[in-house]
Design a protein around this ligand. Structure first.
Ligand SMILES: Cc1ncc(COP(=O)(O)O)c(C=O)c1O
Length: 446
């Protein structure tokens, strides 16, 4: 798309033009916003106004875990809306109570009591406040390659470059290195010991360490098996809490209910959204251990929203979890995920511009490089907040021309299809990515 097209919106239909004129695009220089109208979505596919059909290989924003035809979830929402569209949070609904109980069952260990909100970022805001109230301490350690949301607390604990435009942010946030063997100078297990030293040097002032058990939008970083257990040990040795942000890695994405289940670790606080309803409604959840829950019997939980536990949203959450269970989608993600992993390995072997592929279940990243030995990236961290497109964007665009929507972040293609995807549909999308990777192969340094 030319610069001229970018600024005038040429090539957009009437609805897309109207949208561009009246609605802000997120995380964008507005001149570059070019919305595509989606008119239909079914199974793992969606269709745009000009009739093009795409396999949704990233579940939109890694959230449509149930695909686009979970009618039982849609029915549960409409049924609740007709019965009672809204009640204040001091009332309850059957769906809210049952969803709270269900989350206590599917989350690990003694995680048992939930605060409901409407998004991932709100789930993280609640986690930060709860950790501060409970420990009486202020600081939160999080990591550089992380995304925890756009509102002020969450963007302050976010490490990725989008934070920089919002700084200085809230006080008391500190960043730690990441378990990123491919791109960091520190070995992943050295990085966790570094956090131990940080906790030591901060004295007894850290309320919590907040991590995505498997980093999502910052590149699908899968830590070694021992990393998360060691991190929990370290945090508890320093009387700090471990918060696992499962907004992206939760609800079957990894082939387990939650990312922390891959490592058999029970956090003190867990945040959820996205797959919690399969994106059929906006819903966030912050679940805490019974010990933390008990603290708030005699201490005020000084937090709330008008839409905390919105009846339609919790109806979607309960119906979504029942669907994961009834259709065995968590186990399915693990099985189909093995096939996906094999097909991604085929791409690694064929394309020299693939630096590394990482992943588990139906949660994979393909990191690109201009130069495999020197590991020079095509996309830099600053690109995330600059104008223009990168070679990685062109790879995604070419995959789209071949029929697959694949999100990317900085230097990595993010592969996270609905858990309902079949092997044949995986093959189709892999063929489209194969075509996209010809672009990065051709752009390599020699
Ligand atoms: C790990 C993680 N936490 C929090 C968020 C924020 O969620 P939301 O966009 O629903 O506010 C995201 C969004 O991508 C995420 O990936």
């Amino acid at each position: 798309m030319s610069e001229q097209e970018l600024s005038t919106g040429a090539g957009l239909n009437e609805i897309e033009q109207m949208d561009k004129e009246y609605v802000f695009g997120t995380w964008s220089y507005q001149k570059e916003v070019s919305p595509t109208e989606v008119v239909d979505a079914d199974g793992v596919r969606f269709t745009t106004a000009d009739g093009d059909e795409y396999i949704d290989f990233s579940s939109q924003l890694m959230c449509s875990n149930l695909g686009h035809s979970a009618n039982e979830v849609a029915d549960a929402v409409t049924e609740q809306l007709r019965r009672a569209a809204y009640v204040a949070p001091s009332y309850t609904t059957e769906n809210r109570a049952r969803l709270g109980k269900k989350l206590a069952e599917v989350t690990p260990g003694s995680l048992s009591k939930t605060f409901f909100s409407t998004s991932g970022t709100e789930a993280v805001e609640a986690a930060i406040k709860i950790a501060r109230f409970y420990t009486g301490k202020q600081k939160i350690i999080s990591r550089y390659r992380s995304y925890h949301g756009a509102t002020y607390g969450s963007i302050s604990v976010t490490g990725d470059p989008r934070r920089l435009k919002a700084e200085p942010g809230i006080p008391g946030t500190i960043k730690a290195p990441d378990p990123y063997a491919y791109g960091s100078t520190l070995d992943p297990m050295e990085s966790v010991e570094y956090i131990d030293e940080m906790l030591e040097l901060e004295g007894d002032t850290v309320a919590a360490v907040l991590v995505e058990p498997i980093v999502g939008s910052n590149g699908i970083l899968v830590p070694p098996e021992e990393y998360l257990p060691r991190l929990k040990e370290i945090t508890h040795n320093h009387d700090a809490l471990l918060i696992c942000d499962e907004v992206m890695s939760g609800f079957g994405r990894t082939g387990e209910w939650f990312g922390c289940d891959v490592f058999d670790v029970e956090p003190d606080i867990m945040t959820m959204a996205k797959g919690l309803t399969g994106a059929y409604q906006p819903l966030g959840a912050t679940t805490v251990t019974s010990e933390i829950a008990e603290y708030f019997e005699e201490n005020m939980l000084c937090h709330g929203h008008t839409y905390a536990g919105h009846p339609a949203a919790v109806a979607a959450g309960l119906a979504a979890i029942e669907t994961y269970e009834e259709e065995n989608l968590i186990e399915r993600a693990s099985e189909v995920g093995e096939y996906l992993g094999k097909r991604i390995n085929d791409l690694v072997e064929k394309h020299p511009s693939v630096g590394e592929a990482r992943g588990v279940g139906l949660f994979h990243g393909i990191e690109l490089t201009k130069h495999p030995e020197k590991r020079v990236p095509f996309g830099e961290r600053e690109d995330k907040i600059s104008t223009g497109s990168t070679v990685v964007d062109e790879v995604s665009a070419t995959a789209a021309e071949h029929g697959a929507y694949v999100a990317n972040m900085i230097n990595t293609l993010i592969i996270a299809p609905p858990l309902t995807i079949t092997e044949e549909e995986i093959d189709e999308a892999i063929t489209a990515i194969d075509a996209g990777l010809e672009i990065s192969d051709a752009a390599m340094e020699h």
